[in-house]
Design a protein around this ligand. Structure first.
Ligand code: CA
Length: 642
């Protein structure tokens, strides 16, 4: 007898049961229809409730089975606002479950809700459009709660930690009216995209008591519903939806595109709505029946099975369409298959234009996974073979510059690591071509970054490797220098740019590498620190503004590497790179990264202008002709030639 794995991986199963239509509950003035795909079920019961939690069902009925394993029940009434769940009987067991396709839910997401989405639209939503694309994509990673939790941010108490904080656009440090925090701060920085850490409904924070715990939220419960603990009322299903849309609208109005962090590779636990609806179908097994655990979270979603692929694709398109999301960051993308990623790319392009919606992810897994034969993992190995508008985080840049994230004590180019020069050269060209650690087809596939929510912050890594006392709260000139050099290198590499919120002001988590469920006081953005370390933030700001003017660096084409005219190791720890900047106001640019402790004299012919150095990234705003100068120890020189 064939096992579940063979059955669900078989073409025969897909041929018999693949269903292309819409699923979930849809209501209108003409009535309401419930559709659930449950091909292995022998019966499905629908239960309706007046409330999202507690209370008994006021109505119960059986759905009828139609073609392709879809169960249906229709009512002539508009059931907008009614809560519901199912009892699915399959393989001899009856399981209560919320609707995996639900678009609204009650408290803690355990009961689904019928919703007329039109009434969740904020004023002016039909006119909401993202800001125009800039010459470079610079992505800023934010956690909703971390963003506005600190009292120093000056947010009204009732919106702290909530979606609504993103609608407060003129907050200042302790309400002093002079020093912008929140949206105002990020606007000054010059980033173009805000990437929100999980904002779909996740399970780990009790929505009845959001202050009781903190979590990053990589534990999906309802894929197509906003998280409730960030709303002002998680008990009323429509509130989180409206407040989420208001957040997106405000971010758009303030000049940011919005990227969502999506976690389709695993669920909170294996006993999910998907599992309860079609036991065994949505998760990978090994041939011997063991559960595949490449996520390290106890389950891997079987993205290669046709209805699972459809589920993920539908979800992505839904967020893009209904919530106006501008891009998707795929958690552990290496657990998804290349075919699905290509389909997602094509479908987004068909609706919104080529490359308009960003698609990128982590090109790795935690452990090995048991993907069905004939499919390829969307990982580093297969990156260059995928669509050039499918991107991946580049650990080569991250680790080459400041040392491996796997070992706190390891050093990179800026903090005393040896023989890192070639890694820096590879990074400049976006790792295009064949490289052992990373290789991309074009810089459009490369997300350059020094830090994200995972692992030590840049500041902590540099303090750990440079300061024997490990004083995370002291802004030592040595660490600041190394931080500026690290940023200058990372943000002058070809590829897209990414940073963890607060990296620009020396964000610290006191050396902690994994704070996913640590206290909010450790995780929150510290707006006092932001202003104490304002000069570092200004240095980032200047780099971003300069970057946007340099086609040599912004070029995303597969031939961008041809702009690199010359690269040279001037001494151990000191390199220079000459680039063709055709299309910009300078013909050529010269990057000199001096991580050594010795000043490096530079002899230049006529016509060079100093654009930035290790102290000031705004020199390009005025003309600074130079003929000879030194690259100071642990610092950068960026020059342009007319
Ligand atoms: Ca939740």
């Amino acid at each position: 007898m064939e096992n579940l794995r063979q059955r669900f991986n078989s073409k025969r199963f897909a041929k018999q049961y693949h269903y292309n239509g819409a699923l979930g509950a849809v209501c209108s003035s003409e009535g309401t229809t419930f559709r659930l795909w449950a091909p292995t079920a022998v019966s499905v019961e629908l239960r309706l409730y007046q409330k999202g939690h507690g209370v008994s069902p006021y109505f119960q009925t059986a759905l009828s089975r139609q073609g392709r394993g879809v169960w249906v029940w229709s009512s002539p009434q508009n059931l907008d606002g009614v809560y519901y769940d199912y009892v699915v009987t399959a393989q001899g067991v009856s399981r209560e479950t919320a609707d995996p396709y639900a678009r609204a839910c009650g408290l803690n997401g355990s009961r689904s809700m019928v919703i007329d989405l039109f009434r969740t639209n904020p004023k002016g939503w039909e006119r909401d459009v993202p800001p125009a694309r800039q010459p470079e994509d610079i992505i800023y990673e934010l956690h909703v709660r971390e963003f506005s939790w600190a009292e120093s941010g000056g947010f009204p108490k009732k919106v702290r930690g909530k979606y609504k904080a993103f609608c407060c656009t003129d907050t200042t440090l302790h309400n002093d009216g002079a020093h912008p925090t929140g949206i105002g701060w990020i606007k000054q920085l010059g980033v173009t995209h805000v990437q929100l850490m999980p904002v779909f409904d996740y399970a780990s924070v009790d929505e009845e008591n959001p202050e009781g715990s903190f979590n990053w939220g990589y534990d999906p419960l309802n894929y197509n519903i906003p998280e409730g603990s960030y709303s002002t009322d998680p008990t009323r299903g429509e509130v989180r939806i409206r407040e989420f849309k208001e957040m997106v609208q405000s971010l758009h109005q303030n000049g940011f595109r919005v990227v969502m962090d999506v976690v389709y590779n695993h669920t909170y636990h294996r006993d999910s709505w998907l599992e309860r609806t079609v036991p065994g179908y949505y998760y990978r097994q090994y041939p011997d029946g063991r559960i595949s655990d490449g996520s390290g979270c106890g389950n891997d979603i079987a993205s290669e099975r046709s209805m699972c692929a459809k589920y993920i694709l539908d979800s992505v398109l839904y967020w893009a369409e209904e919530y106006h999301i501008d891009g998707f960051r795929f958690d552990l993308m290496g657990l998804l298959d290349t075919q699905l990623m290509e389909t997602i790319r094509k479908e987004l392009d068909a609706r919104w234009g080529r490359g308009e919606k960003l698609v990128y992810g982590e090109p790795w897994t935690a452990w090995e996974t048991s993907m069905a034969r004939g499919f390829q993992q969307a990982d580093k190995k297969h990156l260059a073979g995928m669509d050039p508008e499918i991107g991946a985080f580049c650990d080569g840049v991250r680790d080459g510059i400041k040392g491996s994230v796997m070992d706190a004590a390891s050093r990179g180019f800026v903090n005393g690591g040896r023989r890192k020069e070639n890694e820096i050269f590879h990074s400049i060209s976006g790792w295009c071509g064949k490289h052992r650690r990373f290789s991309a087809a074009a810089p459009s596939q490369v997300i350059n970054y020094l830090s994200c929510h995972d692992d030590m912050t840049v500041w902590d890594k540099l303090v750990f490797t440079l300061d024997p006392q490990k004083q995370y709260d002291v802004f030592s000139p040595q660490v600041l220098r190394a931080n500026r050099l690290a940023a200058a290198i990372c943000f002058t590499c070809q590829g897209r740019l990414f940073l963890l919120s607060g990296e620009e002001f020396g964000r610290t988590k006191e050396g902690e590498a994994n704070t996913y469920c640590a206290s909010i006081t450790l995780n929150r953005l510290d707006w006092e620190r932001a202003w104490q370390n304002r000069e570092l933030a200004e240095y980032y700001q200047g780099l971003f503004a300069l970057r946007k003017t340099l086609p040599a660096l912004c070029d995303k084409s597969g031939t961008a590497w041809e702009r690199i005219l010359q690269q040279e190791i001037l001494r151990p720890g000191c390199v220079q790179v000459l680039l063709d900047n055709t299309g910009g106001s300078y013909r050529q640019i010269l990057l000199v990264y001096n991580a050594s402790q010795t000043p490096q004299p530079l002899l230049l012919e006529d016509g060079w202008f100093l654009l930035a150095d290790g102290e000031n990234s705004f020199l390009w705003q005025e003309e600074h002709p130079v003929s000879q100068l030194k690259a100071e120890p642990v610092s950068v020189v960026i020059l342009g030639k007319k």
